[in-house]
Design a binder for this molecule. Sequence first.
Ligand code: ADP
Ligand code: MG
Length: 253
Amino acid sequence: MASIPAGIPQTTSVAIRSENLCRHYRMGQTVIRAVDGVSLQIEAGEFVALLGSSGSGKSSLLNMIAGLDHPTSGSVTVQGRELAKMTREELAKHRLHVVGMVFQSFNLIASMTVLENVELPLRFAEVDRSKRDALAREALERVGLQARMNHRPSELSGGEQQRAALARALINRPQILLADEPTGNLDSRTGTEIMDMVREFNSKLGMTIVMVTHERALAERYVERLIFLADGKLVGDQENTLAMSSSQARSEL
Ligand code: ADP
Ligand code: MG
């Protein structure tokens, strides 16, 4: 990870901060305000859900935190560094080492084995083969998929594919996991398994988790804080007292 220049105060407890963040799409004569002035702060180690109906701007917001998309105006700061001020190399490092991301559709490469998919970020990081292999096996073990590592994604169930995607997101040991509807393509039992795993990353590894979902009941079972979006605006931000606390989850393990 790029080191923080001396003299700049490091606010280590804040993982993500957005200030008046906007992402507008111009479609001919009309402007779609996908994200429209969102200011929020997420502390390191929090487990947060971004809730809202389809089209409310959840994915657009998450993609800007991931550095996959740029704001129209406003700013996103991740671990004290504003993404818009990063060089291209720093942004690549951000995507590689600071945030891990999983998607509803898994986004695994069909022609590669599970092991190759999981190692891919390390290949981009030019990590040598033996180290890559060891780290990928470790990540696969963490998600309980070591027996399937030589299979191709099409040979796995949806839940197994999402576990492979989680292993890939974890391989660089990012501090932040961004999950966009990670259970959206899974039945509820399999979805629960994935959520149990994500909660374990939060409680055991101390990862900050931001999970997009439109399933409020699922979010209420797991996360500590619920953030609501509607029409690109933040319309609610509340602590969730219904969730099993991380310490309860820890004692369950
Ligand atoms: P959500 O993830 O909550 O369903 P999105 O962030 O995907 O919402 O989309 C928010 C709004 O922005 C929607 O109206 C969507 O149609 C629009 N939108 C998203 N991406 C684009 C794009 N690349 N071009 C134009 N409009 C977009
Ligand atoms: Mg979305």
